[in-house]
Design a protein around this ligand. Structure first.
Ligand code: ADP
Ligand code: MG
Length: 338
């Protein structure tokens, strides 16, 4: 075959695969957008493992009518202007790729309104459809419905697991963000049934009760430490509430859920001598560092991270968890009174 430049639709679909690997990745991107928009409340509804429907509604700042179509254009973002802005990034998104990617592999209907606007608007678009925009009533915020995900990407569709498995990934995704943002009310309904609902009280323990179960949440020990510009907070299980795998360990860096084996090792190290081999703690760890100390730009899905000083972060987290285990009381004084 001769060399040729691919047509834009093909390029878009190939690129979409990097961002939207499965329904849960679309949910993640939509949640991040709602959070970046300053939402206090986020409702998520899914059907058919997310392939049939993903709907995310928020009460964030909304998208102005004249920018609605632009939001779905590749590399269009309101979050950064230049590469240098990455070192001071405070938003979860910045690539301007998510909405364009989702729209390349699904049908979309988005309704949005900004505060003070006379009316909101609704845009429909999707794989191979013409864009259409009409006025629509809505309170300030955004609702995005994604339907027929991957319907024109048979290769991707084939790799989707059962609805139950894909739903499981979505539940984990929502649970992760709920734990990173205890002050925000999350509600997830699956095929019409509400399966997760957090109070938005601002207390991590309340969210942990929803995600990990009330018994373990009540027994977890608060960890907190600060050193220079590093702070860490979270909950760690008492040693007798361990698990046989690492599924109970959650890490958030600057409120972003991440996978990082160094952080897992730091927490496991804190339990040295307290847990037998093959047992793992349950822990929710929120680490906050200056953006210049991390590099989140290694993978488009943004779940991996590099620290400028691995060793320092390791020691900091290990010590915070260890101190909590050795001196922490599972029930903070204030809650103990009630
Ligand atoms: P990014 O988040 O990297 O900027 P996206 O493709 O996810 O890129 O979104 C593009 C733009 O659309 C965002 O920069 C933002 O301005 C706007 N946007 C997307 N979702 C929302 C939302 N829920 N509320 C308000 N604005 C949104
Ligand atoms: Mg985004």
């Amino acid at each position: 075959m001769p060399i040729r430049v691919l047509d834009p639709r093909t390029v878009a679909r190939i690129a979409a695969g990097e961002v939207v690997e499965r329904p849960a990745s679309a949910v993640k991107e939509l949640l991040e957008n709602s959070l970046d928009a300053g939402a206090r409340r986020i409702d998520i509804e899914i059907k058919g493992g997310g392939a049939a429907l993903i709907r995310v509604a928020d009460d964030g700042c909304g998208i102005p009518s004249d920018e609605l179509s632009l939001a779905f254009t590749r590399h269009a973002t309101s979050k950064i202007v230049s590469f240098d802005d990455l070192s001071t990034l405070e938003t979860l998104g910045f690539r301007g790729e998510a909405l364009a990617s989702i729209a390349a592999v699904a049908d979309i209907e988005v309704t949005s309104a900004v505060s003070g606007a006379f009316a909101g608007s609704r845009l429909t678009l999707g794989a191979g459809h013409h864009e259409k925009i009409v006025p629509a009533a809505r309170a300030c915020g955004t609702t995005i419905s994604v339907t027929h995900l991957f319907k024109e990407v048979p290769a991707r569709l084939k790799f989707l697991k059962s609805d139950a498995t894909e739903t499981g990934h979505i539940v984990n995704t929502v649970a992760n963000y709920a734990m990173a943002y205890p002050g925000i009310k999350f509600r997830l309904s699956v095929d019409g049934r509400e399966i997760l609902s957090t109070p938005g009280s601002g207390r991590l323990r309340d969210v942990a009760a929803e995600v990990l179960g009330g018994d373990i949440a009540a027994r977890m020990i608060e960890a907190a430490a600060a050193e220079g510009l590093f702070t860490v907070g979270g909950l760690v299980s008492p040693p007798d509430a361990s698990r046989a795998n690492r599924s109970g360990m959650y890490f958030f860096v600057n409120r972003r859920w991440i996978r990082n084996s160094m952080l897992s090792r730091a927490v496991e190290e804190a339990y040295r001598g307290l847990l037998t081999v093959g047992r793992y703690p349950v822990a929710v760890v929120n680490l906050v560092l200056p953006p210049s100390d991390i590099d989140i730009n290694i993978h488009p899905a943004k779940t991996e991270i590099k620290f400028r000083e691995d060793g320092k972060v390791f020691d900091f987290v290990r010590r915070a968890a260890r101190d909590a285990l050795l001196c922490g009381s599972p029930v903070p004084a204030i809650e103990a009174q009630t």
